[in-house]
Design a protein around this ligand. Structure first.
Ligand code: FMN
Length: 412
């Protein structure tokens, strides 16, 4: 079967991975309504092309946080990716480097921060932060990331408690682990995966554990780490604590409401990722693409707004840009690629998404990302603030040459 699109990679990943691992990656919370909503909302958003425009010179790149991205997406943080393949974080970072896009390393990653840097010396690496157990653990992660040149910090705020992942529970995949006999049997039927696991060893949360030369964490903190218990005393005021540790770009990932977006700006965030964690947290949450326009309005171009959730085609990425996102993240898509073919598989998916993005933009008649705008989207009854503003006589056009208060696919 040729692998023509992300869905093809997903189907093959389903075949090559044990059911427990595939379900861990593929699944969402509770009834998986939010997971589905992400897809439905994207599919229900037709794009309107503009024809007879010169598209002989295409450029789908963007510039964000002082870096040029070759395509308008970054690789999202994926915890416990080592379950898919040993060394997954390094392989994904290598793929992102080759594709010319940033890679965000999860706090719950299985390769050491320093090893990921060594595997992808030229990549734009960002560190995702969960604050779990003792704050000292987060502080150590931030310091280590900074020491090896990670360029941005992404604080994930939509996991005060882990979402209820019922697929995982059915397999007995939880802390403490109690695998069902069926799950164990199914693993045995995937010898390729099993052999790799035997060679690579069970994935460990390498960046949560203290190194040999570091102070040990308390027994209480260790238990919190194992059960992924978050520090629920974390508030907007805690951003001040992070700011003292990190002077680079600080992004907040996991916002869905306009008021929270304004709070993020007020508290000095440098960027926002509109996200429902790929449908893995609050099952009643809106599709992130549906939440995006309100947040873009609330932020009013002051900081870049990224979005993720359900991006499986280049056209999905373009839809996010059309609605005012400065860029996007892709999570499961490159992981399906990783499952099928390691680093090369992940790279193939990123290249596929870039090609689809370029083709979609060409079909829309846009040669650069900043040419995309609300006029390219067909939402019945949808009138973006920029369109409303454009109808006000005498309103000046912004520097992008369009009457828009959407962020200028901002460089920051
Ligand atoms: C298996 C898996 C693990 C994830 N782990 C993390 C994580 O450790 N930290 C985080 O901020 N987001 C995590 N996410 C959420 C992703 O970063 C991203 O928001 C989401 O996957 C985007 O949706 P998509 O997979 O439909 O592209 C995870 C997602 C998946 C599928």
């Amino acid at each position: 079967m040729p692998l023509l699109n992300v869905d093809d990679y997903r189907r093959r990943a389903r075949r090559v991975l044990p059911r427990l691992v595939f379900d861990y990656v593929d699944g969402g919370a509770e009834d998986e309504r939010c997971l589905q909503r992400n897809r439905d909302a994207l599919e229900q958003l037709p794009l309107i092309p503009e024809c007879l425009r010169d598209t002989s010179a295409m450029d789908i790149g963007i510039e964000l946080f002082g870096r040029r991205w070759r395509a308008p997406f970054a690789v999202a943080p994926i915890g416990l990716a080592g379950l898919v393949r040993p060394g997954a974080d390094k392989l994904l970072a290598g793929a992102a480097q080759a594709a010319g896009v940033p890679f965000i390393l999860s706090t719950a990653s299985n390769s050491r921060i320093e090893d990921v840097r060594a595997a992808a010396p030229d990549a734009a690496l960002w560190m995702q932060l969960y604050v779990m157990g003792e704050r000292a653990i987060a502080e150590r992660i931030v310091r280590r990331a900074r020491a090896v040149g990670f360029e941005a910090l992404v604080l994930t705020v939509d996991v005060p408690v882990s979402g209820l992942r019922e697929r995982d529970l059915r397999h007995g995949f939880r802390v403490p682990m109690r695998l069902t006999p069926g799950t164990v049997l199914n693993m045995a039927r995937h010898p390729g995966w099993l052999l790799r696991l035997a060679r690579g060893g069970m994935p460990r949360f390498e960046n949560l554990l203290p190194g040999a030369d570091e102070a040990p964490v308390s027994a209480q903190a260790q238990a919190a780490l194992l059960s992924r218990t978050m520090d629920r005393t974390l508030t907007w005021e805690s951003l001040g604590w992070l700011r003292k540790l990190w002077d680079g770009p600080l992004l907040i990932k996991g916002l869905l409401g306009a008021e929270d977006a304004k709070r993020a700006v007020r508290h000095g965030a440098d960027g926002i990722v509109v996200s429902n964690h790929g449908g893995r947290q609050l099952d009643a949450a809106p599709a992130s693409i549906a939440a995006l326009p309100r947040i873009v309005d609330a932020v009013g171009g002051r900081i870049p707004v990224l979005v993720d959730g359900g991006m499986r085609r280049g056209s999905d990425v373009v839809k996010a840009l059309v609605l005012g996102a400065s860029g996007t993240l892709v999570g499961r898509a490159p992981v399906y690629g990783l499952a099928c073919g390691g680093e090369q598989g992940a790279l193939a998916v990123l290249q596929l998404l870039a090609q689809e993005t370029e083709r979609t933009m060409t079909l829309l008649g846009a040669t650069q990302v900043h040419e995309l705008g609300p006029r390219h989207v067909d939402r019945p009854g949808f009138r973006s603030p920029s369109e409303q503003a454009a109808s006000v006589p005498g309103l000046k056009e912004n520097t992008l040459g369009k009457a828009s208060i959407y962020p200028a696919h901002a460089t920051a």
